[in-house]
Design a protein around this ligand. Structure first.
Ligand code: AHR
Length: 502
């Protein structure tokens, strides 16, 4: 068996993990809302039409915050369309996804759903086709107690207490040519600054996220962040990062190494934020909101076919990636990367939550089930809270198309208030099991309480409605602890959660 080792120390910490790094995302896109969280007439639907089977799965994921209502959708969205009596709400052409938005589910309904799911809302305002004025208005509608046009409108619409939404996105991916109202960095930076000022004058308790470049692959990446922040640095709290990976060439080692890119991406954006801080002699530190991340590529061709046949319909089955076992491994590594950067990444959203590039799938009128990626997200969200520990990993490495020195063992660890430690590790090796030694001497007497393992012999194995338990976590081989050193076995190609306690 090959060997790797890790040194942990209770005093060597990266930072506190903000629970919002286990956020997710529901966009008015495809069957995320209609046929996903909402399906009146479904046998599990509640009095508002929300599917209870879906809520039960979301609750298992323990999602503290959900970004809403987009995404690309938000750049053409009029928030006023989504409030008031449902029968009076307009049907709109959604130019982001070429469907018709009926506005049956709007802010009030989504807030009810989020309450049932145990999540707060991260609300995105439209800075594409609209501007600071409408951004101010929706903050007044959502958060002002009453006695003004929009807060009284909310009360008249049946909601006396403010929604109290604390986190707001200033638009979405505004450097993308696919975006309604695409802007240059300077145009966007000024718009974001004025929107943030007005929104915070209405409610000073809110925090706002400025759009970073929509991808590292954009020619604007880097200069966008620099120029945009030059305009709005002191008015915003976070910069967004978005990143999706795929494996179209069926190169599993290369695919599993993509978190090397994700880590570089995070460090680059931190550098730019801090460079602007230095330039401006500012005392304010901007942190990161990685508010779209996932694997996304399986459904690309299928979506082109759907649009050829069926533009403008409601709830087209778009972006319905069926995730396999290797996708779950990469999602595990992406979670490890977020935890490792917990000092600067304070918000992150798995994009998305239901049906649309999602851990949870449904069939209209049928069942709801967990995709492979559900499991690493669930484990990290449930056990990866508390303090992120600096994790010194010594592992054999490999080279692939884009990277050299990729460690076979990708790992991080967290510690809770009682001093319990959880180790998260992906073994990227296609063939070899690893014996991992973990130096735990500074924690006192710890023993292995549980080893959760996700492994399948077939990297392309998937879960379906008929076979939902094909890729399922099992009890791992565990190991021993001797004189403060744990020894555990990490099977080839596996996601591992090792829980250590007194
Ligand atoms: O999550 C799907 C889409 O990906 C979002 O709408 C957009 O922001 C990104 O390009």
């Amino acid at each position: 068996m090959k060997k790797a080792s890790i040194i942990l120390d209770k005093d060597f910490i990266v930072g506190q993990i903000d629970k919002r790094i286990y956020g997710s995302f529901i966009e008015h896109l495809g069957r995320a809302v209609y046929g996903g969280i909402y399906e009146p007439g479904h046998e599990t639907a509640d009095e508002l039409g929300f599917r209870k089977d879906v809520i039960d799965l979301v609750r298992k994921l323990n999602v503290p915050i959900v970004r809403y209502p987009g995404g690309n959708f938000v750049s053409g969205f009029n928030w006023e369309d989504s409030v008031g009596p449902v029968k009076d709400r307009p049907k709109r052409l959604d130019l982001a996804w070429f469907t018709t938005e009926t506005n049956e589910v709007g802010l009030h309904e989504f807030a009810s759903w989020a309450g049932k799911a145990g999540s707060d809302i991260m609300y995105a305002v439209n800075l594409g086709s609209r501007g600071p004025e409408q951004a101010r208005d929706i903050v007044e509608y959502a958060n002002h107690p009453g006695g003004s046009k929009f807060s009284d409108m909310r009360i008249a619409n049946g909601r006396k207490d403010p929604f109290g939404i604390k986190l707001w996105c200033l638009g979405n991916e505004m450097d993308g040519p696919w975006q309604m109202g695409q802007k240059t960095a300077v145009e966007y930076g000024r718009t974001a600054r004025e929107a943030a000022k007005m929104m915070k004058w209405v409610d000073p308790s809110i925090e706002v996220v400025a759009c970073g470049s929509s991808s590292t692959e954009m020619p604007t990446f880097g200069s966008w962040e620099l120029e945009m922040l030059d305009e709005c640095y002191d008015n915003v709290d976070y910069v967004s990062l978005h990143r999706y990976y795929g494996n179209p060439t069926q190169d599993t080692p290369g695919f599993l190494a993509r978190t090397m890119d994700m880590d570089d991406f995070i460090k680059s954006v931190v550098s730019v934020c801090d460079a602007v801080k230095g330039k401006k002699h500012s005392k304010h530190t901007i942190n990161l909101s990685f508010d779209e991340w996932n694997v996304w590529y399986h459904s690309n061709e299928q979506d082109q076919e759907i649009w050829k046949q069926d533009k403008w319909n409601r709830a087209l089955p778009l972006l319905e990636d069926i995730y396999n076992f290797e996708d779950a491994l990469l999602v595990g590594s992406m979670l490890i990367t977020l935890m490792k950067n917990a000092d600067r990444v304070k918000v992150a959203c798995l994009a998305q939550l239901v049906n649309v590039i999602a851990p949870i799938m449904t069939r209209n009128g049928g069942g709801a089930w967990a995709q492979t990626i559900f499991y690493p997200f669930c484990h990290a969200s449930v056990y990866g809270r508390g303090t992120s520990l600096s994790t010194l990993v010594d592992s054999p490495v490999y080279s692939c198309k884009d990277y050299d020195d990729v460690p076979y063992i990708d790992a991080t660890a967290t510690m809770d208030e009682e001093g319990n430690v959880t180790l998260f590790a992906v073994n990227r090796d296609m063939k070899e099991d690893y014996e991992l030694t973990v130096d735990l001497r500074s924690f006192g007497d710890l023993s292995i309480k549980e080893h959760i393992l996700l492994h399948h012999d077939d990297v392309k194995a998937v879960n379906t409605e008929e076979n939902p338990d094909n890729v399922l976590p099992t009890q791992g081989p565990g190991g021993t602890v001797d004189s403060g050193r744990a020894t555990v076995k990490l099977p080839a190609l596996s996601w591992n959660v090792i829980r250590l306690g007194k």
